[in-house]
Design a binder for this molecule. Structure first.
Ligand SMILES: C[S@@+](CC[C@H](N)C(=O)[O-])C[C@H]1O[C@@H](n2cnc3c(N)ncnc32)[C@H](O)[C@@H]1O
Length: 226
C-alpha cells in the first residue's frame, strides 16, 4: 500500500470515528416542523411572490402605531410589522397554535424585540383590547378560521379609530405549488363575508399569487353572528 493510500484510508477512518464520537449538536429551542406551520420566516424564496413591501405599504403603519398579526404562524410578517411601528409602537402576534406561539416567543427573545406581544388567540376572536389596533393583518389564515363572520365582527371591535384590516389569501386557482384549492379563497367571497361582518373593501391589489384587500368598518352596527 502506498503512503498516499494509507493517508486517505486513515483520514476516512478518522472522519467516520469523529461522526460516532460527536453526534450532531441538538438545536436549542422548540422543534419546528415544516409544512403545517407555514414557510420558515428566513426563506428568501417567499419574498419573490409574497412581496412583503407591498403588504406593508397597504397596512400604512407609522412609528408608534399598534399592529396585529393575526395567525402570525412563524412570524414572517411579525418582525416586519415590528420594524414599521418601531420601539414606540406595539405588535400583537396572535395564533391559536401553541408551537407557533413558543417559536414566536423564542424569536422575540433572540431578536430582542420587546415591543412584540405574543398571545394565544381564540377561535372566535383574536382576544385583543378593544379600540387598540391601528392596522391588522390576516395573511394566509382567513381560510383556516371556521367562524369567519363572527371572527371578523370581533376583530372590528379591536380597531382604533381610523383603523384598517389587510387580508391576503391565495387566489382560488390550481397551482403546482402552494395550498390546495380547498385552502384558497376568491376575493369576492371575502368581500361578501366581510360586508356581512361590518367591513367594506377600500382597496384591492393583485400580488403574483395572492389577492390583497384593505378593509375598513362600513359604519353598520352588526351583532355577532351565531
Ligand atoms: C398558513 S399559516 C400563515 C402564517 C402567517 N400569517 C404567514 O403568512 O406566514 C396559518 C396560521 O394561522 C393560525 N390560525 C389558524 N386558525 C386561527 C385562528 N382562529 N386564530 C388565530 N390563528 C389561527 C395557524 O395556527 C397558523 O399558524
Amino acid at each position: 500500500m502506498t503512503s498516499t493510500r494509507l493517508c486517505i484510508l486513515s483520514l476516512v477512518f478518522l472522519v467516520a470515528l469523529s461522526g460516532l464520537a460527536w453526534p450532531a449538536p441538538r438545536a436549542r429551542g422548540p422543534v419546528i416542523l415544516p409544512g403545517r406551520l407555514g414557510t420558515p420566516p428566513e426563506q428568501k424564496s417567499r419574498d419573490a411572490w409574497q412581496q412583503p413591501e407591498r403588504v406593508l405599504e397597504a397596512l400604512a403603519l407609522k412609528p408608534g402605531d399598534t399592529a396585529a398579526d393575526v395567525g402570525a404562524g412563524l412570524g414572517y410578517f411579525t418582525w416586519r410589522l415590528a420594524g414599521a411601528v418601531g420601539p414606540t409602537g406595539k405588535v400583537y402576534a396572535v395564533d391559536v397554535d401553541s408551537r407557533s406561539i413558543a417559536y414566536l416567543k423564542h424569536q422575540r427573545a433572540k431578536r430582542k424585540i420587546g415591543w412584540v406581544e405574543v398571545g394565544k388567540g381564540g377561535y372566535l376572536s383574536p382576544r385583543l383590547p378593544e379600540g387598540s389596533v391601528d392596522a391588522a393583518l390576516i395573511c394566509n389564515t382567513l381560510h383556516h378560521i371556521r367562524s369567519r363572520a363572527a371572527y371578523l365582527v370581533n376583530l372590528r371591535r379591536t380597531l382604533a379609530p381610523g383603523g384598517r384590516l389587510v387580508l391576503v389569501e391565495f387566489k382560488k386557482v390550481r397551482e403546482k405549488q402552494g395550498p390546495s384549492i380547498e385552502h384558497r379563497m376568491a376575493a369576492e367571497t371575502a368581500i361578501e363575508l366581510a360586508d356581512k361582518a361590518g367591513w367594506k373593501a377600500v382597496a384591492r391589489l393583485d400580488l403574483p399569487r395572492q389577492w390583497l384587500l384593505v378593509l375598513q368598518p362600513n359604519g353598520r352596527e352588526v351583532s355577532r353572528p351565531r
